[in-house]
Design a protein. Structure first.
Length: 221
């Protein structure tokens, strides 16, 4: 038998070991892989604790993120103009708009570790640990493959453009990713849609935004 926190640490290590064959490396519950198209990451989600009739329960799941290189460059451009330090690609995150698309619903449900009320010392139910470990390989596979697939050429952009009801954040990401290709009709159309969303949401045009970035990027292309 094992307590909740030790069980959580062991299971987190198990996730890291399962991610190694896919090329992910890291610690502290976030594992990354830098690839030609950007950086992919899989991490342990936020841990939620609750108490029922004096018995503690911990719930958590996995998180997935893919950051195209162009999005990292945009974020770095913004930070530098605001006086912030540059970041490495390995530390980048975002846009965070399509990552869970296509992942089966059962793989997004948080896991649960509960205290066994029949045992003293706040020990985790062995059945919960066994059930979680049985699910780990498949869920890790699904999340790892999803993160890496989003870094394939144009994949992230294509999924953004497939959104049937794109909003401001989607068009922001679209214009940033299109700007990497230089000027063209597709970029002009996307910029027009982005500006329409800005006006509709009465968003403030700060000096550091996607419009300014695209104009700067295209001017130096």
């Amino acid at each position: 038998m094992v307590g909740l926190d030790p069980a959580l640490r062991r299971l987190t290590r198990d996730v890291g070991k399962l991610l190694q064959p896919y090329g992910f490396r890291g610690s502290e519950a976030r594992w990354t892989q830098v690839a030609a198209g950007g950086v992919a990451s899989v991490g342990r989600g936020r841990v939620q604790r609750s108490w029922t009739d004096g018995q503690q329960e911990v719930r958590f799941g996995l998180e997935v993120n893919a950051t195209p290189t162009a999005w990292w460059e945009f974020g770095d451009w913004c930070r530098q103009r605001l006086g912030g330090p540059p970041t490495t690609l390995a530390d980048a995150t975002g846009p965070g708009l399509v990552e869970l698309r296509g992942i089966p619903a059962e793989c997004t449900e948080p896991w649960s570790l509960r205290v066994d009320p029949t045992v003293d010392g706040q020990q985790v139910r062995q059945s919960d640990i066994e059930a979680l470990r049985a699910e780990l390989p498949r869920r890790v596979h699904v999340y790892a493959r999803r993160a890496l697939r989003l870094l394939e050429p144009d994949r992230y952009l294509d999924e953004l453009l497939a959104d049937p009801d794109p909003g401001l954040r989607t068009w922001e990401a679209v214009v940033v990713l299109l700007a990497e290709r230089g000027p063209g009709d597709r970029l002009d159309e996307a910029l027009a849609r982005y500006e329409t969303c800005l006006r509709a949401e009465d968003a403030q045009l700060a000096p550091v935004n996607a419009l300014a970035y695209v104009r700067d990027r295209v001017a130096t292309a």
